[in-house]
Design a protein around this ligand. Structure first.
Ligand SMILES: Cc1ncc(COP(=O)(O)O)c(C=O)c1O
Length: 474
């Protein structure tokens, strides 16, 4: 959706007026209160906006300075920013967030965020429906790390002292969070496609004492999806808790036309025990919005605690009763709810179409790179992340070349990312490269997270070719 900032502000002003009018019964200034019913005063302006004009201009000055400071950033919103997994929030999310934070609800308890807690429960139920979970327990978190922490905390409570396994390509948060929770952690080899090697997993399971396996559904490095159907078969045989870190890839379950194996893994997500999915990655939300979902609502009992000062306003569920974090931005829930109203989480819907465009962009970029001898490629992307390198004969030359391409692309306003890849993984793809001089190789990485990346692909490709020429890559 292309709205100018001015158009967005006009819509926001209108909605703010509507919000303010809900508080008009409050006195606008001290001494105006007259009676309990009827006309009690002027407006609720003080309560809602908490501000007033800026007679000295000091506020404007500070904001001006903020704007200047913020210019020191990569242009994350622009399609020529094609580096890390940074996706601009949808205008509806930005506006709803702004609207909500004028009253700044706190979704810890209904006392602090009645409407926004209800919206969170609805929005989370819609997320759970993506995985066909009508029964579930879940809530939003400040991000994927805390969401995974909760999933592993629950897993550790149910399988005390037992080992957590995740692939060597899983996000580093799993080993660190296991450390925080004092759970033993081991990593399982990944195959040359960046997916968990299920033979290695089975060999480890045979040795026993495994409580939880974490399957990555969309790894951070490659967007690889661990083979869930095979892992589920192993669960039947060996018995363990299965957690899916779908922080990045979960939403792709709504997309048609994925590779067969990727589609099978995403389709199997309904059979796992817990899922993390991050609305602030592919769900068009501002940062501060992750989510954890549990298939069995009875795990809620593990969260039980008493609070003498919080949960008094309602017998309904306060979200703080089922979450490890206490204060959380109610505005994040409101923004997610609003986004899912405008763009329902449906297969074949506009939201899914946007994700499909990202995959199409990644496939096109991979094909162009694979068809050009100046570049070395790996497997075709499962989701929307592409990894490649400039051609050279040795590992160290490739790494140096990748750094030069990265810098030369940035000079042309195309911003990419770098990734350090184990030589062992690359050997299967680059048979002619001499890996004797390094154990890891620096490669280029691009997360084509914005639907507009597809429209800009020819421009992106033109810059990559120009960079290859400028750096003398042959
Ligand atoms: C697969 C995966 N899991 C977890 C995380 C951590 O999420 P967050 O950065 O929201 O804490 C990330 C972040 O990139 C991720 O890609």
């Amino acid at each position: 959706m292309n709205l100018s900032v001015q158009q967005e502000l006009a819509i926001l002003a209108q909605a703010l007026g509507r919000l303010e009018s809900g508080f008009q019964h409050l006195p606008g200034a001290p001494g105006q209160r007259r009676s309990v019913s009827g006309d009690q005063g002027k407006t609720g302006r003080v309560g809602v906006t908490g501000g007033g004009a800026d007679p000295s201009g000091a506020l404007s000055e500070v904001l001006d300075e903020v704007a200047l400071r913020l210019r020191d950033n990569y242009p994350y919103f622009h399609p020529l920013y094609a580096g890390q997994m940074l996706k601009p929030p949808h205008p509806v999310a930005r506006l709803a967030y702004n609207l909500a934070q004028t009253i700044n609800p706190n979704n810890h308890a209904l006392d602090g965020g009645r409407a926004s807690s209800a919206m969170e429960k609805e929005a989370v139920a819609q997320l759970a429906a993506v995985f066909d979970w009508s029964e579930h327990l879940g809530h939003l978190t400040s991000g994927g790390t805390v969401a995974n922490l909760e999933a592993l905390w629950v897993a550790g409570k149910l399988t005390p002292g037992k080992t957590v396994l995740a692939s060597s390509q899983a996000h580093y948060t799993h080993s660190r969070v296991s450390d925080v929770l004092q759970l033993p952690f081991e990593s399982v080899t990944a195959d040359s496609n960046g997916r968990m090697d299920t033979s290695a997993l089975e060999a480890r399971l045979q040795r026993g004492d495994v409580g939880t396996v974490v399957a990555s559904v969309g790894t951070t490095g490659f967007g690889a999806v661990d083979p869930l159907p095979d892992i589920l078969r192993l669960r039947q045989q060996y018995g363990f808790r299965l957690h899916a870190d779908a922080a990045y890839g979960g939403y792709f379950r709504l997309v048609e036309g994925l590779d067969v194996e990727t589609a099978r893994s995403l389709a199997s997500l309904d059979s796992v025990d817990s899922i993390v999915i991050d609305p602030h990655k592919h769900g068009l939300q501002p940062y501060g919005c992750g989510a954890v979902l549990f298939a069995d609502p009875s795990v809620g009992a593990l969260y039980q605690h008493e609070s003498p000062y919080t949960y008094f306003s309602s017998d309904s569920l306060h979200l703080g009763e089922i979450s490890l974090e206490c204060s959380r931005a109610g505005a994040a829930a409101v923004a997610l709810w609003a986004t899912q109203q405008l763009l329902p989480l449906e297969t074949g819907g506009a939201f899914a179409a946007g994700l499909g465009r990202s995959i199409a962009a990644a496939r096109q970029l991979h094909e162009k790179l694979a068809g050009d001898s100046r570049f070395l490629t790996l497997m075709s992307p499962e989701l929307d992340i592409v990894v490649w390198a400039p051609a050279a004969s040795s590992a160290s030359e490739i790494s140096a070349g990748a750094r030069s391409h990265f810098a030369a692309a940035a000079e042309r306003h195309l911003h990419l990312a770098l990734i350090e890849v184990e030589a062992d993984m690359l050997r299967a793809h680059w048979a002619d490269v001499d890996f004797s001089d390094a154990e890891t190789v620096t490669c280029l990485r691009s997360c084509l997270v914005k639907p507009e990346h597809l429209d800009w692909l020819d421009d992106i490709w033109a810059i990559l070719v120009e960079v290859a020429v400028a750096t003398g890559t042959t």
